[in-house]
Design a protein around this ligand. Structure first.
Ligand code: ADP
Length: 166
């Protein structure tokens, strides 16, 4: 069984993430999308919400499942019999950090990192940018699944109401 993990914070999941997950699902027997659930105050969606959105978005891919992970990714890999980490590479700016992480991870355990080049239409796409653009009223509907867009607009409206009322 060739099993791979696609790790990330997915706050929220974008079409760029889903492109990498879908392509990984054609290369491996099973793909685990691992959602980082370490506590962070800067998340727009909590861990349960991010996992639920990924489960819905990955439902069309039969060999993909979603899980949460805490702590070291390499420990998660060891616990789940995973020997490959799949990461999308968007631009040269991703490369330095991703290379360092890949080398560190392979020094910790026998896990390989597989880099998948982003599809050109998603090379500018990041969750942080989607949130920033949507916060200021930009239309991000082509960049994330429709149900994620609905949840994003609702959450931003809640946040705006909270800060307006504060
Ligand atoms: P982001 O970088 O969007 O805030 P994450 O930290 O959740 O999101 O990203 C997890 C991983 O998903 C990244 O390390 C990268 O490998 C991949 N990824 C994210 N966005 C894209 C994209 N547009 N194209 C290809 N891969 C991507």
């Amino acid at each position: 069984m060739r099993r791979a993990v696609c790790p990330g914070s997915f706050d929220p999941v974008t079409n760029g993430h889903l492109d990498i997950v879908q392509r990984a699902s054609t290369l491996f027997d099973e793909v685990v999308v691992a959602v980082g659930v370490n506590q962070s105050k800067n998340r727009l969606f909590n861990a349960e919400e991010r996992i639920a959105m990924l489960e819905q978005a990955c439902a069309p891919f039969p060999n993909v499942r979603v899980d949460g992970f805490k702590g070291l990714l390499t420990s998660f890999c060891q616990e789940h019999g995973i020997h490959a980490i799949v990461k999308g590479l968007r631009a040269v700016s991703d490369f330095d950090y991703e290379l360092q992480m890949a080398q560190m991870n392979s020094s910790l355990t026998d896990v390989e990192t597989v880099f998948v080049p982003t599809s050109p239409e998603y090379s500018f796409l990041a969750s942080s940018l989607v949130k920033e653009v949507a916060t200021f009223g930009g239309d991000v509907s082509g960049l994330i699944p429709d149900f994620v867009n609905t949840a994003l607009l609702a959450r931003l409206a809640e946040r705006a109401a909270q800060s307006g009322g504060a």
